[in-house]
Ligand binder design. Structure first.
Ligand SMILES: *Cc1c(COP(=O)(O)O)cnc(C)c1O
Length: 393
């Protein structure tokens, strides 16, 4: 059994993929070829956003978004510690400071109430309100960080609570960057993921809901000026002509060949989103009666794209036991994410401690994900369910 089955999908669209790749080999425009702008057009229409800017990875999409918003040293960027390293890595890369905010234990996404408190804590420089990164200034001193931006993550494919996050952002004049690396295809009250925030960033890493055959990513925005900045940053900060650079940028382009693969995959993507719903509902229907695991909770109005189907075990030991039994039965599982970012060596310099973000720490000890992809059959899913029932009996 496979954790993610990319082969079945490929066999469905192999002819189109081959033809699209051959077309690129024939025209030879390997850098910023016509497939890139065609993909940008189709995906911006799907998301319902004015601009899409293809780029080299989800990480570059986040980096370019922060650069377009001119985030840098002295700026506080609020995000969750229960995410992939890339979300906070890019903040640190630009010399800004990640200010972690704990998750809502029901959705695993940033808790808007704690976000409001965290912004207050940074504004007043008061670490008794919320755990703040080092260096903590002396009481009464001018706060050393300026709140600038929020990066909510749509974890496992479920959009964050944008109504409440946007309210906090408006109140304090902050930018919002949607980390939609896992949520392309999801929606909230009918509005598609990647349409939230000032800029959204997604990833086409092969295992994501819409994946290519290498690295790829995309930024989305409704703001004409930000779109111009993103396009400039993507190509070394280019100005009005090639050797007149307006700013410092990166080499962040999406490969034409990857765009060609994505065009073929996008043809069947809406159907795959529906297949993912069916598979997820089947897991939940068959697992929700079990008291020893907690199924994903999808609040009213939300539609996850099910990048992962993740369960909570009773404890870390119970998770290990469950995973071992499933493995013995030939069923692969994975843990996203076993160590929250505030406890990782890379962020040691921020001076966070165990206990700072209890909901993230608890989730990281109990979470595990089941095989998930659009082509899961009922038979295979019942096999997974049977193995879980056996393991906890
Ligand atoms: C995958 C992922 C990224 C990074 O995307 P890449 O394309 O691998 O660079 C960023 N944030 C989250 C939440 C992700 O899951």
């Amino acid at each position: 059994m496979q954790f993610i089955d990319l082969a079945t999908q490929q066999s469905r669209i192999k002819d189109t993929i081959d033809a699209n790749i051959q077309a690129v080999l024939a025209h030879g425009k390997y850098i910023m070829g016509p497939e890139v702008s065609e993909l940008e057009k189709r995906l911006s229409a799907y998301v319902g956003c004015r601009h899409a800017v293809g780029c080299a990875s989800g990480t570059d999409a986040l980096l370019m978004a922060l650069m377009a918003l001119e985030v840098g040293p002295g700026d506080a960027v609020f995000t969750t510690p229960f995410t992939f390293i890339a979300t906070a890595e890019v903040i640190q890369l630009l010399g800004a400071t990640p200010v972690f905010v704990d998750i809502d234990p029901a959705t695993f996404n940033i808790d808007p109430e704690k976000l409001e408190t965290a912004v207050q804590a940074v504004k007043t420089g008061d670490p008794t309100l919320h755990p703040l990164p080092q260096p903590i200034q002396a009481p009464g001193a001018t706060p050393s960080l300026t709140p600038k931006c929020i990066i909510p993550v749509d974890l496992f494919g479920l959009p964050a609570d944008y109504d409440r996050i946007d309210a906090v952002a408006r109140k304090h004049g902050l930018y919002v960057i949607e980390d939609a690396a896992q949520s392309f295809g999801a929606s909230l009250n009918g509005k598609k993921a990647c349409a939230f925030g000032h800029i959204a960033a997604t990833s086409f890493f092969p295992a994501k809901p819409l994946g290519c055959y290498g690295d790829g990513g995309m930024c989305f925005t409704d703001d004409d000026k930000l779109a111009e900045s993103l396009k400039s940053i993507r190509v070394h900060g280019k100005g009005s002509h090639k050797y007149d650079n307006a700013r410092i940028g990166i080499n962040g382009r999406l490969d034409t060949l990857q765009a060609a693969v994505l065009l073929a995959k996008f043809d069947i993507f809406p159907e795959e989103v529906e297949l993912r719903q069916t598979a997820a509902q089947r897991y939940t229907r068959n697992l929700q009666h079990l008291s020893s695991v907690v199924c994903p909770q999808i609040p009213e109005g939300y539609r996850s794209v099910w990048a992962q189907y993740s369960l909570l075990a009773g404890s870390e030991d119970k998770r290990t036991a469950l995973q071992n039994t499933l493995k013995e039965n030939g069923i692969p599982t994975a843990v996203y994410y076993p160590k929250p970012l505030h406890l990782q060596t890379a962020f040691e310099c921020l001076g966070y401690h165990v206990g700072d973000f209890p909901a993230s720490e608890d989730a990281s000890q109990r979470i595990f994900s089941l095989p998930m992809h659009p082509y899961l059959s009922e038979e295979v899913q019942l096999q997974v369910v049977g193995a879980i029932e056996k393991a906890i009996a």
